[in-house]
Design a protein around this ligand. Structure first.
Ligand code: NAD
Length: 510
């Protein structure tokens, strides 16, 4: 086993009511590092009893504590301090994240900056946001009273875990909710930093709580807890379906960011080199463990052979190596079970299409979850490697004749998260993008986020959209308050003699 980053606690604990604590049961589980699959730390394994304790702390902080009652500016100041503390952790976080999840160190660094930016963004937003008022001069004014929903349950995946956690924590806390975070069991280590960060930033006890553990125990208990009013989930579509069903009896608010099989569509008039760079980066960065990965590349027939040749040559040169090596471009997949799943898909792909690069473990790396950058070409749309999310460094390339066929291929999957369109014809770029069934489209660009825009998927890729003010709406109720300004006109039930001026049942509509 390689040496873990210095300064880690012996056991990763829960954080409940402002304190690090063990599980009520005392249970822990093994956390493995992906280059040797050996255990390097223990993590508290939560269940319903720990979720009960966290829910009690969060509920008390919501009902009796200052957090939901603060002026937006006061809360924003604390969130800014959270951002500052996160930023100070940059190097430490990168080292932990890279060691724990197998991300190449160069790609892990900068995650703290992105996480900090999420807190600053939502802090700014709650100060600037305005709510609607609707006026009927002299008669009535109706306005929106935005209120935090209460206790929010946040369930996150193992890919770029700390950044994903910040993407939920920041809007939930900014809205005035108190929270219970359930980090992914494959990658719990960096989440322990949140306890320290929240404490140093002066977040009141009970506002931020965290319960570690498996999805089927800790996650399930959180989803089913009656005091948790909203569940924000990011993970696999099948898990999302289970959570959706489990939220139904409680009528909980849900936000779901799920899987993807996003197309990159390269037309013959595209900037060839830019499309090449971007489509390589889009699927092989972050070890291919990226929800918005361009895992299907659709290329116009007239440039197909040239594109495939150039793509395969570059993919063969992608440097696979240790996560800690700054020259590594593709490192170890998060967990041996995920590695096996990706390898299975590669074997399936060999029976469905032509393998043009990679296809297995690199010879020089006999242990750990390493997979070569793998390229399948001439992939038919019926292939499982075309249809199903692999979530690893595996890409399917397919030719198309014209725009109509490109659109059919792009939309012919159950997912609809992201899409990338490469063309220099502005009219085609926009019309084509608007016809794609996906929550997000990037034209002549890889995935460059703007925190103000909607983020989320359609079809099997998600429910509800976050991003900008939409994220705040997940965690807020919008109460309509109606106020009569003039005389009260009510149809006088039980009174003698209706007058001709009675408003009837309609009332004074807009
Ligand atoms: P996963 O669904 O296996 O697990 C996600 C989280 O859900 C984990 O914390 C897990 O413990 C928990 N969980 C599992 N079963 C549960 C249950 N029954 N009840 C409550 N919680 C439960 O997903 P993963 O393998 O960790 O992450 C990879 C997936 O996440 C991929 O499909 C990827 O596309 C998706 N993802 C989507 C986005 C997006 O924004 N759309 C972003 C990142 C990842």
């Amino acid at each position: 086993m390689t040496t873990p980053p210095a300064g880690l606690p012996e056991t990763i604990q829960h954080f409940i009511g402002g304190r690090f604590v063990d599980s009520v049961s005392g249970e822990t589980f093994d956390v493995l590092e992906p280059t040797t699959n050996s255990t390097y730390i223990q993590c508290a394994s939560g269940d319903a009893a720990d979720v009960d304790a966290a829910a009690a702390a969060a509920k008390q902080a919501f009902e009796e504590g200052p957090w939901p009652r603060m002026l937006p500016r006061e809360r924003a100041r604390i969130l800014y301090r959270v951002a500052d503390e996160v930023e100070k952790m940059n190097e430490r976080l990168a080292a932990i994240e890279s060691f724990d999840s197998g991300l190449p160190i160069r790609q892990a660094s900068g995650q703290a900056m992105r996480a900090a930016e999420n807190f600053r963004f939502f802090a700014d937003l709650i100060v600037a946001i305005e709510d609607n008022a609707f006026k009927m001069p002299g008669r009535q004014i109706n306005f929106v009273n935005r209120k935090p929903k209460g206790v929010a349950g946040l369930i996150t995946p193992w890919n770029t875990p700390f950044m994903q956690e910040s993407w939920k924590l920041a809007p939930a806390m900014a809205s005035g909710c108190t929270v219970i975070l359930k980090p992914a069991e494959f990658t719990p280590t960096s989440a322990y930093l949140w306890g320290e960060i929240m404490d140093r930033a002066g977040v009141p006890a009970g506002v931020f709580n965290m319960v570690h553990g498996f999805g089927e125990t800790a996650g399930d208990a959180l989803v089913k807890h009656p005091d948790v009013r909203v569940i924000s989930f990011t993970g696999e579509t099948t898990t999302g379906q289970t959570i959706y069903a489990n939220c139904a009896p409680h009528m909980k608010t849900m936000s779901m960011e799920l899987g993807g099989k996003s197309p990159a569509v390269v037309f013959e008039d595209a900037d060839f080199e830019a499309a090449l760079d971007s489509t390589l980066f889009g699927v092989f960065s972050l070890n291919g463990e990226r929800c918005t990965a361009s895992s299907r590349i659709l290329v116009q027939r007239s440039i197909y052979d040239r594109f495939v040749e150039a793509y395969v040559a570059r993919a063969k040169k992608i440097r696979v190596g240790a996560p800690s090596d700054p020259t590594t471009e593709l490192a170890a997949l998060v967990h041996s079970s995920h590695y096996e799943k990706v390898m299975e898909y590669i074997e399936i792909g060999k029976t469905e299409a032509t393998l043009a690069a990679g296809g297995g473990r690199p010879d020089q790396l006999p242990e750990g979850n390493y997979v070569e950058a793998t390229v399948f070409v001439d992939v038919p749309r019926t292939a499982r490697i075309f249809q199903e999310e692999i979530f690893g460094p595996v890409v399917a390339i397919t030719p198309f004749e014209d725009e109509a066929e490109a659109l059919e291929l792009a939309n012919d999957v159950k997912y609809g998260l992201a899409a990338y369109v490469w063309t220099n014809d502005i009219r085609r770029a926009i019309n084509f993008s608007q016809s794609i069934e996906s929550g997000m489209v990037w034209i002549n660009s890889h995935n460059v986020r703007d925190l103000r825009t909607p983020f989320g998927g359609v079809k099997g890729s998600g429910l509800g959209q976050e991003g900008g003010y939409r994220s705040l709406e997940v965690y807020s109720d919008q109460q309509a308050i109606h106020v009569t300004l003039g005389d009260v006109h009510t149809t006088r039930f039980g009174a003698t003699g209706y007058s001709e001026n009675d408003p009837g049942l309609a009332g004074p509509g807009a």
